[in-house]
Design a protein around this ligand. Structure first.
Ligand SMILES: Nc1ncnc2c1ncn2[C@@H]1O[C@H](COP(=O)(O)OP(=O)(O)OP(=O)(O)O)[C@@H](O)[C@H]1O
Ligand code: SF4
Ligand SMILES: [Mg+2]
Length: 328
């Protein structure tokens, strides 16, 4: 899809929060909350791929699951084609489920081993109450669309390789002709040799059907291959967001710079001149986090202000957003 066509906002996420209560055991009176997502705002343009990147545990999957309303958010708005779906009850969400789907990381765990491929692919349509004849016809169309054969339909997931299973998962996600698909690390469990095939297929589907993707990965080089824009997450917050090219050339947040320094560079001269930034320690747990910048315990530019107030996202150049007191 051309740049010009990618201008309609399909989804606008405002100050999204997803908190989970923490259980300290039966005898404890302590109540804590785990702030998996804590005030995330961004928009998705129709037909684009928005990459969401960050270390394990930063909240990427939780954002994805909340956007397609597998979770009901603690607070915030999710405007999908103009309607706020965040506060809707389960029964009210159903019509929107048809328009939003998810592809999961683990093609081994995400397909029911007791269901045939045909039932798996048809399931989202069945939940929406489509007539059986229409489901059968659509399932046959989908299996060939993802490069498998119609005699695969009567088989069970264990008869397939990881790559084939992910194709089945993609066929299932496409069944109700969604406008938006969350791809949650869709290739990280696959052999390197078939990762490119799955990525190419996702790109071709987008080109043909105009689907919008939220593409989740902990690997920035992976995200850079497929995304038009990228958001960098840390500890439940978005810290930087820009067009992929802008993020590559003008990244500003110390966390983005650390992620970027780990991306392999093809040009040996540029590679020799660039320095790998190694972050010390792990991402802290997002339980009862102290005030201030979430990245400050690992940031080499940290100043007094960083411990006091949370840096707000601000637009440092057109379309480039940054949350940092010091940089930009
Ligand atoms: N259903 C849940 N109940 C309680 N805590 C949860 C739940 N889901 C996620 N968390 C916690 O929320 C935080 C964010 O988890 P999430 O799975 O969204 O991260 P992620 O960025 O997708 O990580 P990964 O790269 O490992 O998949 C983690 O601390 C995780 O333990
Ligand atoms: S606000 Fe401070 S601690 Fe946070 S990234 Fe910027 S310099 Fe580092
Ligand atoms: Mg995840």
């Amino acid at each position: 899809m051309t740049e010009q066509k990618r201008s309609r906002v399909l989804m606008e996420v405002r100050d999204l929060q997803m908190h989970f209560p923490v259980n300290h055991g039966l005898l404890s009176r302590k109540h804590s909350v785990l702030k998996a997502v804590d005030g995330v705002s961004f928009s998705l343009l129709a037909g684009e791929t928005f990459g969401l990147v960050g270390e394990s545990g930063c909240g990427k999957t939780t954002v994805g699951r909340t956007l397609v309303r597998l979770y009901k958010p603690t607070a915030g708005e999710i405007l999908f084609d103009g309607t706020d779906i965040a506060p809707l009850a389960e029964r009210e969400v159903l019509p929107y489920r048809r328009r939003m789907q998810m592809i999961f990381q683990d093609p081994y765990a995400s397909l029911n081993p007791r269901m045939t491929v045909s039932s798996i692919i048809g399931e989202p349509m069945r939940l929406q109450g489509f007539p059986e004849a229409e489901i059968r016809e659509r399932v046959r169309e989908l299996i060939s669309q993802v490069g498998l054969k119609s005699d695969h339909l009567s088989r069970y997931p264990h008869e397939f390789s990881g790559g084939q299973r992910q194709r089945i998962g993609i066929a299932r996600a496409l069944a109700t002709r969604p406008e938006f698909i969350v791809c949650d690390e869709p290739i990280s469990a696959l052999d390197v040799s078939i990762q490119a095939q799955v990525i190419n297929m996702l790109e071709e589907l987008q080109e043909k059907l105009g689907i919008t993707y939220l593409f989740i990965s902990h690997d920035l080089s992976m995200v850079s291959h497929i995304s038009h824009r990228v958001g960098v997450m840390y500890l439940g917050h978005l810290v930087e967001m820009a067009d992929m090219r802008e993020l590559y050339t003008h990244n500003l947040h110390p966390y983005t710079q650390a992620l970027m320094s780990a991306v392999p560079i093809a040009d040996p001269d540029v590679a020799a001149a660039s320095q790998r930034i190694v972050l010390q320690g792990d991402v802290p747990a997002p339980i009862d986090p102290p005030p201030g910048c979430p990245f400050r315990s690992r940031c080499r530019y940290c100043t007094g202000a960083c411990a006091e107030t949370m840096p707000e996202m601000r637009e440092v150049s057109p379309g480039h957003f940054l949350a940092c007191h010091v940089k930009g």
